[in-house]
Design a protein around this ligand. Structure first.
Ligand SMILES: Cc1cc2nc3c(=O)[nH]c(=O)nc-3n(C[C@H](O)[C@H](O)[C@H](O)COP(=O)(O)O)c2cc1C
Length: 176
């Protein structure tokens, strides 16, 4: 299958996840194109399936990803597609945090009129080494509340790679 992966990232974790998807799909025999939303990504027209991912920052997805979905909504709704949402709430021990990101994702789907039924919530990373002083303080206090790592001298990754692999392969193979 010809697969297109488009992603929006701030600190790089969504890019890492998108590249991981690219690798496992290539290993499974698919033809894959991947693009960052900031690099004039190709249209989904020439692909059998499109996977679109964005991280959540302050309860919002990447604006360029939203623009991409809106711009290509007709073709996205005619062919198979999936949305992967990257956030820290997935790794939280607090139930309300999970409900909040599910709401953020459903609002995004509603606002863009995207009809995809496939939404994956994927845990991201705390990239303390990339945050400025204030961001580090804020993220540390959120992590403390949610049971995350508070050692700000290094980064902490929460992505469940085997789950990502299983979700992507079972989705793509269900379309054959
Ligand atoms: C300033 C900031 C705000 C964030 N806001 C949220 C949020 O509202 N909800 C959430 O679950 N995660 C939030 N996160 C966590 C990110 O979604 C997580 O770090 C993710 O891995 C970032 O992916 P990226 O590197 O692809 O941008 C936030 C992170 C930062 C740095």
């Amino acid at each position: 299958m010809k697969v297109l992966i488009i992603y929006g990232t701030v600190e790089g974790q969504t890019r890492k996840i998108a590249r991981f998807m690219e690798n496992i799909l290539q290993e499974d025999g698919h033809q894959v194109a991947i693009a960052n939303a900031v690099e004039e990504p190709p249209s989904p027209d020439n692909f059998d399936v499109t996977l679109i991912g964005s991280s959540i920052h302050i309860n919002k997805y990447n604006t360029l990803i939203k623009n991409y979905v809106e711009e290509h909504i007709d073709i996205l709704n005619k062919k198979p597609s999936a949305f992967f949402s990257v956030s820290m709430a997935v790794a939280s021990s607090i139930k309300e945090e999970h409900e909040e990101i599910e709401k953020v994702a459903l609002e995004f789907i509603e606002e863009t009129s995207w009809k995809t039924k496939t939404i994956w919530h994927i845990a991201g990373a705390l990239r303390y080494t990339q945050y400025n002083y204030f961001k580090k303080l804020i993220m540390r206090s959120i992590a403390e509340k949610e049971g995350g790592a508070v050692d700000t001298t290094k980064d902490h990754e929460y992505t469940d790679w085997s789950k990502v692999k299983e979700q992507v392969l079972s989705f793509i193979n269900s379309l054959k």
